[in-house]
Design a binder for this molecule. Structure first.
Ligand SMILES: Nc1ncnc2c1ncn2[C@@H]1O[C@H](COP(=O)(O)OP(=O)(O)O)[C@@H](O)[C@H]1O
Ligand SMILES: [Mg+2]
Length: 357
């Protein structure tokens, strides 16, 4: 997409949205391989609060012969997946307006409207943390972030398709085998931080939500292939966790390798070698990297990243949905014996990383 075309798009969007008093064009956000995103403000009437949303607009098709990468089709596909997952709290929420300006003006390109998720990508969060001299995230924060990612994956494996506009915490549905979707593009640029809640799961750290379902695939109906889709999502969130633990969004690509760890008498090969093996020596002793990291989390993330030959060790979402809430409930600041694991410290740290200049 050329600069001129982008400018022209911004001009058109500004014009269309400003003609309707409910809306105001706010800003250009980002441009990717098949679409660009824009932030728009919405106000039902003069007395109501402003809420923001995001427009994701397909690029104008430059290579019409290439059906695989037709940007219009990718937006439509994304819409279908988002519709199917409606109701999942950790999945970007699709919004629909009556008589929205793009439909009214018969805008020729495909687009989606999504809730505005205010606090940026995980990759930016990691960069900001490093820039502010943060050297590690508390275990109790990492457990909470891990849980958001697991919830999001449950939203993909058991899509709810709620029609009533309400949201729910995504849990595995007992007795229903995982079906659903493989995201196929799940990484630190496609997970965003939302708002901080008042209590409960998002009481001390903001919710994280999964976005960008442009490359998502429906799991084939056989149990083995549904399992593969679930494993692919779990492997992807394992990598996000490694980047959050190491606070290094790139190290993993720079140093590939594997490590074999023993868990309950079984040898498991993993590519999460960074959190097991330091440059100086081997886990467990004497040179353990990230020595502050809860060993249970180390093992779980290691299993999420089990090598293909050990794929049977990749934990399923049913187990993760029990184990992680257990850790969150039972491993308090006293368990870790460190005041940097307290609620107050974690809340302040998150606000410092996300909001301080
Ligand atoms: N719902 C949203 N709220 C806020 N920002 C968003 C939202 N969706 C996407 N973005 C921003 O726009 C960028 C591109 O969106 P994405 O859906 O990932 O498209 P692409 O396929 O181009 O990667 C994201 O990295 C993020 O910065
Ligand atoms: Mg993206």
């Amino acid at each position: 997409m050329t600069r001129e075309l982008e400018q022209e798009t911004i001009r058109l969007l500004t014009e269309y949205f400003s003609r309707d008093p409910r809306f105001a064009f706010y800003d250009y956000v980002a441009s990717g391989s098949y679409g660009s995103t824009y932030r728009i403000q919405y106000r039902e009437n003069e007395n109501s609060q402003i809420t923001d949303f995001l427009i994701k607009l397909a690029h104008q098709d430059e290579d019409e012969d290439d059906e695989d990468e037709d940007p219009q089709l990718m937006i439509e596909t994304e819409r279908n997946f988002l519709r199917a997952m409606r109701g999942g709290e950790h999945i970007s929420r699709l919004i629909e307006f009556n008589d929205d300006p793009l439909t009214v003006h018969q805008f020729p390109r495909s687009w989606l409207a999504l809730e505005w998720i205010p606090n940026g990508t995980v990759i930016n969060f990691i960069r900001k943390a490093r820039d502010k001299g943060v050297t590690r995230l508390p275990n109790r924060l990492l457990w909470r972030l891990f849980l958001c990612l697991v919830r999001g994956c449950c939203g993909m494996s058991w899509p709810r398709n709620r029609q009533d506009g309400r949201t729910e915490t995504e849990l595995p549905i007992p007795g229903v085998p995982a079906g659903g979707f493989a995201h196929r593009d799940l990484h630190t640029s496609n997970v965003l931080f939302g708002d901080l809640g008042i209590a409960g799961e998002h009481g001390i750290s903001p919710i994280m939500k999964i976005i960008d379902f442009g490359l998502t695939e429906m799991a084939a109906p056989t149990p083995a292939m549904a399992q593969e889709a679930m494993d692919a999502n779990v492997q992807a969130i394992g990598k996000v966790m490694i980047e959050l633990i190491t606070l290094n969004p790139r190290i993993i690509y720079e140093r590939e390798g594997t490590f074999v760890f023993n868990h309950l008498g079984q040898d498991i090969e993993t590519d999460a070698h960074l959190i097991f093996q330091s440059e100086l020596g081997m886990y467990p002793l004497p040179f353990r990297p990230y020595e502050w990291l809860d060993d249970w989390m180390r093992v779980l993330v290691g299993m999420c990243r089990a090598s293909p030959a050990n794929a049977q060790h990749i934990p399923n979402l049913q187990s993760l949905s029990v184990w992680i809430p257990y850790a969150i409930r039972n491993r308090d600041a006293r368990f870790y014996g460190n005041r940097e694991e307290s609620d107050v410290f974690i809340r302040q740290l998150m606000c410092h990383i996300l909001f301080d200049a």
